[in-house]
Every structure is written in C-alpha cells, then in structure tokens.
Design a protein around this ligand. Structure first.
Ligand code: YXS
Length: 258
C-alpha cells in the first residue's frame, strides 16, 4: 500500500493520500483507499480520517487527467474509480472526516464533500473544475455536490472553476471547521474522539438514513436518458478533446462551443 498510509489508533483509522506530486486520483490510488476502508470496516473502527501528508501544498489535484478517456467513451461512468470511492465513503458504516490542507481540485472536491465532516486548514481552497477541462460531470456527482453546497455557491464554483477559500465555504455551511494548520491534527483528533464516544450502531443507522434521504431525488428514465444524450454531445465534442489536450500541453484551453 504505497499510495496511501494506513494507521489505526484505537477505534480511529487514518488514511493518508501518498501519491507522488499532487495525489492525482488514479485507479491505483483509489483502489488502495477502498482497500483501506474495507480493512477498517472489518475491524469495526468507529471513525476514519482521510488526509494528505502533513504540510501538503496540494491535498489532491483531482481525477488523474491521463485516465480520462479521449476515445468517445463517457469519462465519468458508474464504475469510474472516482465514482466508486465516493460511494464507498458514503456507504462506509462509520463517519469519515476529511482533514484538508492545501488545495483541492476537481473530483477531489467531490471526494472531500462525500465525507461526513470536513475540517480544513485556513489556507485550504477548493476548485471544482469540469468547466475548465471540458468534462461533462455526471448526475450523481452533481447531486453529491448539491447535497453539500447551496445552489448559488455550487453554480459559482462550477461555472467559474475557480478556487474558493475554506473560510468562505465554512461561512456557506460546506466546511464544518476551519483552523490554523498547526492545530489541524489536534482539532480533528478531538472531533474524532467525540464521535468515538457515541453509539456506533446509532451512528451507522443515522449515516445511512441521511444518505438514503439525501439521495431521494425522483428522476424519470426519459429525463435521465436526455441528460445522458446531452453529456454524450459534450464528451464527443472538440471542446472535450481540447480541454484535455490543453491540460497535457500545459496551456489554457480555447473552447469554441463545438
Ligand atoms: O509535469 P509533471 O510530469 O511534473 O506533472 C505535473 C502535472 O501535470 C501533474 N498533475 C496531474 N496529473 C494528472 N492529473 C491531474 N489532475 C494532475 N494535476 C497535476 O502533476 C505534476 C505537478 O503539477 P504542477 O507542476 O502543475 O504542480 P503545481 O504545484 O504547480 O500545481 C499543482 C496544481 C494541482 C495546482 C496544478 O497541477 C493543477 O492545477 N492541476 C490540475 C487541477 C485540476 O484541474 N484538476 C481536475 C482534474 S479532472 C477532474 O478532477 C474531474 C474529471 S473534473 O474536471 O470534472 O472535475
């Protein structure tokens, strides 16, 4: 498990992202996060902390761009690793706390927001970037963002793809606590211990009730199919190819709406 560091301290588990340079979420890293979660579930741990290494400049750069398909396939399908790990966190039977320092990008914002609580260092920023890359984000991903971020703010984040400060996101009710970096670990540990003292059976059912109710959004098959056809027009577009090409060529994309 080189891409994550797994620690267990009593009833608390810690998963530290440890992939070189910027913790870009490739399939291998996500498999190791999922494996760590499964181990912690088997050990009946009562709270999990998901973090980057101490002092990280980048918490995670989001989806591994080189793993986004450019051959006409949907870039974010049900079994995409990002989709898998978001579901694994949402279905994990105990609370998962995202302890965030550094900058968070793209799908890593959804990863952080799929956690149950977010504690962030003061200099943390989150940027949701599909519009910058030309990626047609998927319905369940958008719903996950909407569960956490109110509509005016999620529209600004999605439409501008710009970083937003942790402080502002705490004021908007997205982030639970913002603390100085040097207090991040102790504060998160204290919060985790408060959770450990409560009934694990009740927490398990509360978390699942909240997940089920928050996901209860009726959508007709025709509406779903219409969205999927609109998304296909995007990932089949020249703009989609341009977004990924520009990223790989380290230049600004030039989108022409086709
Ligand atoms: O040039 P080398 O080989 O050292 O590689 C560079 C970057 O190309 C690479 N890298 C990535 N590789 C794959 N996937 C990524 N997401 C990714 N991000 C970065 O890591 C090496 C170091 O990056 P560099 O030189 O830019 O470091 P930096 O410290 O100057 O800047 C760090 C970042 C994170 C601010 C910068 O790398 C950046 O803006 N990265 C892209 C962030 C982003 O837009 N992520 C969204 C990925 S797509 C996604 O998550 C969803 C599909 S969606 O777009 O829909 O939200």
């Amino acid at each position: 498990m080189s891409l994550v560091i797994v620690e267990v301290n009593g009833a608390m588990g810690t998963i530290t992202l440890n992939r070189a340079k910027v913790n870009a979420l490739n399939g291998e890293l996500i498999d190791e996060i999922a494996s760590a979660l499964a181990t912690m579930k088997a050990r009946n741990l009562r709270v999990i902390v998901l973090r980057a290494k101490r002092g990280a400049k980048v918490f995670s750069a989001g989806h591994e761009v080189t793993e986004l398909p450019t051959n006409g396939r949907d870039p974010i399908t049900y079994n995409d690793p990002l989709r898998q790990i978001v579901r694994a966190i949402q279905l994990h039977p105990c609370p998962v706390i995202a302890m965030v320092e550094g900058s968070v990008w793209g799908g890593a914002c959804e990863l952080v927001m799929s956690c149950d609580l977010i504690v962030a260092a003061q200099d943390t920023t989150l940027a949701i970037t599909p519009a910058k890359l030309g990626v047609p984000y998927n319905l369940s991903g958008i719903l996950n963002l909407m569960k956490v971020v109110n509509m005016p703010i999620i529209k600004e984040m999605l439409f501008t793809a710009r970083p937003v400060s942790a402080q502002r996101l705490m004021e908007c009710g997205v982030i639970n606590h913002v603390v100085p970096r040097e207090e991040l670990e102790s504060f998160t540990q204290q919060l985790a211990m408060q959770i450990v003292e409560t009934s694990p059976l009740v927490l398990r059912i509360l978390k699942e009730e909240l997940r089920v109710l928050a996901s209860a959004h009726p959508i007709t098959p025709e509406a779903y199919e219409r969205i999927q056809s609109l998304r296909r027009e995007v990932y089949d577009s020249e703009d989609y190819q341009e977004g990924i090409r520009a990223f790989l060529e380290k230049r600004k994309p030039e989108f022409h709406g086709r």
